[in-house]
Design a protein around this ligand. Structure first.
Ligand code: NAD
Length: 372
């Protein structure tokens, strides 16, 4: 176990950017708690909408139908065809269905893929989005959308796609398989981890990030042992909300760039990729982001975040190697080229050879190496 080094643990508790900052919270309303879904119709009335299109994945059709019956006459239709990364054909089909039924609201129940489809529909119409997240991905708290056309995922930011209301009901996450729960939780944690060293972070986003990481670090091991533990499910969803909020408020860095590259250009699964890459991305930025590392270590039992997260994934049955996720070793160089072609800001400047070394370690499932 690597304890955080003395010079990091001993830093003062305030960071320089406490002095002056901009905090720009987007307008979204959150209903949180077990059985919060009971307030759905009341929330629709508050939003002033009349005709809702309910969207979900094919696998979650039963949950979509349950929403339709809760909504009664306010439900104008169900589209149970959401797919990972929002293919443009699906977005067009769902969008034309929404127009045909004259929907003024999209109710998206599911993970990031379903909420992503809700956003794509809102982008092309005047519809409001009401999101009911059932994973920990965090898309519901961001104005970021993504649509995939001919294998290329185009992302953008538009305030119209931000859900106006979000209902977090932990009882809806009880069915989320344990393996997805762990990787989805680490996906959420990654937003907060990078949020802590973001160029535009501020004291408020830092509070949310640290508390979000704490909630996930404490709850995911309980969910791993006992998937039906509603107290742990509640903590995890609370953490995911905070981490998703951070994602919506500040810019991300190397870790998210690498994951978007590996997911977008090599088809690797979203949450699992985040789980494998995060310890390595943090190790890469470790020395240039010591205040962030110190904050994380406070909620990681005083350990160094990179090695803690590598062990955390292993201990909770999550993957630790990109080989396991289907990456080919021969693709590592090209992945580094793509990630560096249009990089995000990073505390440590991006060096091609070091990124290749990082990806090799992640490929082999080796422990993260600071200054790799
Ligand atoms: P997902 O939405 O694809 O869901 C994974 C699987 O879990 C699906 O088969 C789904 O039907 C199933 N599922 C969801 N909830 C369930 C439940 N409660 N019980 C049982 N099964 C359930 O995966 P995800 O990781 O939530 O989202 C990934 C996508 O979201 C990616 O495309 C990613 O780019 C996007 N994303 C976008 C943002 C943003 O801000 N725009 C943020 C995070 C993620």
């Amino acid at each position: 176990m690597n304890k955080i080094p003395f010079e990091v643990a001993d830093q003062p508790h305030t960071e320089p950017n406490v002095v002056a900052f901009t905090y720009n919270a987007p307008p979204s309303r959150v209903l949180f708690g077990v059985n919060a879904l009971d307030r759905l119709t009341e929330e629709m009335t508050r939003l002033g909408v009349r005709r809702a299109l309910v969207v979900c994945t094919a696998q979650r059709r039963t949950e979509g139908e349950a929403i339709v019956s809760r909504l009664g006459r306010t439900a104008a239709g169900l589209f149970a065809g959401a797919l990972m990364h929002v293919p443009i054909e699906v977005a067009r089909e769902a969008g034309s269905y929404a127009r045909r039924i004259d929907a003024d609201c999209v109710v998206a129940i599911g993970g990031g893929s379903t909420i992503g489809l809700g956003k794509a529909i809102a982008l092309e119409s005047e519809s409001s989005v009401l999101a009911i997240p059932t994973t920990y991905a965090g898309s519901e708290m961001t104005p970021i959308y993504g649509i995939t056309e001919s294998g290329i995922k185009r992302t953008g930011t538009d305030p119209r796609v931000l859900p106006k209301s979000v209902i977090y009901d932990p009882s809806l996450t009880l069915t989320l398989p344990v393996a997805i729960s762990i990787t989805s939780g680490i996906n959420a944690l990654a937003h907060a981890a990078e949020g802590l060293y973001s160029r535009d972070s501020n004291p408020i986003t830092m509070l949310m990030a640290e508390e979000g990481i704490r909630a996930l670090v404490d709850s995911l091991p309980i969910i791993y042992r006992d998937a039906g533990n509603i107290a742990a499910r509640t903590q995890a969803l609370y953490g995911a909300w905070l981490c998703g909020t951070v994602l919506g408020l500040v810019g991300m860095s190397l870790h998210h760039k690498l994951c978007h590259t590996l997911g977008g250009s090599f088809g690797l699964s979203h949450a699992e990729t985040h789980t494998v890459v995060l310890p390595h991305a943090l190790a890469y930025n470790y020395r240039q982001a010591l205040p962030a590392m110190r904050r994380m270590s406070r909620v990681m039992h005083g350990e160094e975040p990179p090695s803690f997260l590598h062990r955390f994934a292993t201990a909770n049955g999550a993957p630790t190697s990109l080989r396991q996720l289907g990456l080919q070793e021969a693709d590592i160089g090209r992945a580094a080229d793509i990630a560096l072609a249009n990089p995000y800001w990073s505390p440590r400047p991006l060096e091609h050879a070091a990124i290749v070394r990082l990806l090799h370690r992640a490929f082999e499932g080796l422990p993260p190496k600071i200054d790799c």
